[in-house]
Design a protein around this ligand. Structure first.
Ligand code: URA
Length: 247
């Protein structure tokens, strides 16, 4: 069963926990207030104990008063995610999640967007729900650059197709992408730098499949002006003011 402490992928928490964090009362007492119909979320009374809210986004009213968390410093982090870690708060199959590597962060932070388990590289993390939602909105066409190694020798025609935009598995047609070919150091592989601004699930892998190649290695190296630089794998750092401004 999901615990009261669990944080959803979008940073949501159970209502009773949020109320307790706001200093209303203990979680158990808050549960009784919810069941008694004393709590409204975004204008609607809720009596369900499974209700989840996102701090900084949902408006929670208790006995007519808007609840606020004690002032928490907003954190904006860049994390170099290693391959083999899931980007989720908890996994029902017991697999390793990124939170195993983030235990030194005392505040709850959640990922901005996603990276597949087998993808490594740049992942933004924050405790600022509004910032995360704004950044993930499709209208925010922020550039994401990937270093991609595929099996086989990729042709110029395939690269042109990727540049123009291509229909991927589920019928989605990708927007034009910036694609550069680099010298690959391994035999029977090709190395590309691919820059896109969409965030379709498994997009880069599906783009490569659409031109007949399987991904051997996929690393996100840049989002907007934020780059991995020499941040070691499994480590995080705070964004600089300039980087934050650029997002
Ligand atoms: N595209 C993918 O296919 N996977 C990722 O993790 C990110 C982009």
């Amino acid at each position: 069963m999901e615990s009261d402490n669990s944080i959803g992928g979008n940073g949501s928490v159970r209502l009773q926990k949020y109320m307790a964090d706001c200093g209303v009362d203990s979680r158990r007492h808050c549960e009784t207030y919810i069941v008694a119909g004393r709590v409204a979320v975004n204008g609607t009374i809720v009596t369900e104990l499974g209700t989840k809210v996102i701090a900084g986004q949902d408006k929670v009213i208790f006995d007519g008063k808007l609840l606020k968390l004690p002032q928490e410093r907003c954190l904006y982090l860049v994390f170099n995610k290693p391959r083999g870690y899931l980007v989720t708060a908890s996994d029902t199959h017991g697999r390793k999640t990124i939170y195993k590597l983030l235990h030194d962060i005392k505040t709850r932070v959640f990922p901005v967007g996603r990276l597949d388990m087998d993808t490594d590289g740049l992942l933004l993390l924050t405790n600022d729900g509004q910032f995360a939602n704004k950044l993930m909105h499709p209208s925010n066409e922020i550039e994401k650059e990937y270093d991609v190694v595929v099996w086989g020798e990729i042709t110029d025609d395939a690269i042109d197709a990727l540049r123009k935009g291509i229909a991927i598995e589920d019928g989605f047609v990708t927007a034009p992408a910036t694609v550069r070919k680099h010298k690959s150091t391994e035999t029977n592989t090709s190395r590309l730098s691919v820059t896109i601004h969409e965030g379709h699930k498994r997009q880069v892998r599906m783009m490569m499949r659409a031109v007949g190649h399987t991904v051997k290695q996929l690393t996100r190296v840049r989002e907007g002006k934020v780059t991995l630089g020499n941040l070691p794998s499994g480590k995080w750092r705070e964004l600089t003011a300039d980087e934050l401004q650029s997002l």
